[in-house]
Write a protein that binds this ligand. Structure first.
Ligand code: FDA
Length: 319
């Protein structure tokens, strides 16, 4: 109920205008967002790198409504790639296709993505295409494949365990040598498309993780170099200790090295678990969002965990 409400709010633009004016809202959001500028984000990345984490940076934004906005967002992602290269940090980039024009014009989105992939390739860097809600699933996979056909091997996709279709998608993508980030799924989807029960999502997550771990190392070549930019083929992105334990056990049973996969977690969430995985010697990548368009991202984080709503409210009462 609360989950649906906050996911609904994440798409209400007048609410965005109201909430982003509140100072206490930014105070609460900054637990999950690394700053407003690329410079602030780079400082956070350096700290994370020093602690042994690799990073994926997300210049926040989604659902742009004009061509100019989509082109501007693309240029900001290009600037981010420049900044990563200049700072020599262990970071790659995550991109949402609606941020660079998918809901406006598919060919605009493709040409923007191509510009991003070209520059990333020049810097030997990797771009993960985030997965958004179900109206965009098919198009996102199509665009990923179009980019692979154009020769861009420096990109990967995200698969959401809550969707019934995901097992079929994973099988095909592995055959194509895809690098896949597995998540539970952050949007509101109908029961006709997604498992309504959390227990079923968790079971599907484990089943897909197992397939990824079994076939991941043969699907895509292992990451090159120590610059922390190219991820291994399977990325197990969750803060759920039971899912993480399942993946570790699967690795162990298959007698595969820890570097076969990487765990991925969001900035500001379950830092204890992030530290524990790094200390145990697993590769861990932190998803670090930054920028002024933090509203929708923050609403989804509130949706995931009711306790975050009290955290948000308590910020109002803090001086
Ligand atoms: P679950 O929701 O069961 O949470 C497990 C535990 O984690 C909770 O008990 C709590 O301790 C902690 N936790 C989880 N969320 C929290 C929060 N917001 N605040 C505080 N604690 C929290 N989704 C998507 O649809 N498309 C995408 O491209 C991505 N990309 C992505 C990248 C990375 C690196 C991660 C980690 C996640 C995503 N997601 C995503 C989001 C994902 O779909 C999912 O909504 C969240 O990861 C929360 O689910 P968990 O797997 O953590 O499990």
């Amino acid at each position: 109920m609360l989950r649906s409400f906050f996911i609904f709010l994440s798409k209400v633009s007048w609410m965005q205008r109201v909430i982003t004016r509140w100072k206490f809202a930014w105070r609460a959001a900054s637990r999950f967002v690394a700053g407003n500028t690329v410079q602030e984000a780079v400082v956070r990345v350096k700290e994370l790198n020093e602690k042994g984490f690799n990073v994926t940076l997300d210049h926040l934004g989604e659902s742009t409504s004009t061509t100019e906005e989509a082109v501007r967002a693309t240029e900001q992602i290009l600037e981010l790639l420049d900044a990563i290269n200049r700072a020599e940090i262990r970071a790659n980039v995550s991109v949402k296709l609606t941020q660079i024009g998918l809901s406006l014009d598919r060919s605009l989105c493709e040409s923007n993505l191509e510009r991003i992939l070209l520059l990333a390739r020049q810097y030997n860097n990797f771009v993960r295409i985030d997965m958004e809600d179900s109206p965009f699933t098919e198009q996102t996979l199509d665009i990923y494949r179009a980019m692979r056909q154009k020769g861009f091997t420096n990109t990967g996709v995200v698969i959401q365990a809550y969707l019934y279709r995901s097992a079929t998608n994973v099988k095909a993508l592995l055959e194509e040598g895809a690098r896949i980030r597995l998540v539970k799924g952050a949007y509101k989807e109908p029961a006709s498309l997604a498992f309504p029960r959390k227990a079923d999502v968790d079971a599907n997550y484990d089943a897909l993780a197992k397939v990824l771990i079994e076939h991941g190392d043969t699907a895509a070549p292992p990451p090159a170099g120590a610059d922390g930019r190219f991820p291994p083929a399977p990325a197990i992105a969750t803060h759920d200790p039971a899912r993480i334990t399942f993946a570790k056990t699967a690795l162990h049973q298959l007698d595969l090295p820890k570097s076969t996969l990487e765990f991925q977690m969001l900035y500001g969430i379950r830092r204890d678990l992030q530290d524990q995985c790094v200390q145990e010697g697993y590769p861990v990548r932190i998803y670090v969002p930054y920028g002024t368009h933090w509203y929708a991202y923050f609403m989804r984080r509130l949706a995931e965990r009711p306790a975050n709503v009290w955290f948000f409210v308590s910020n109002y009462f803090r001086k």
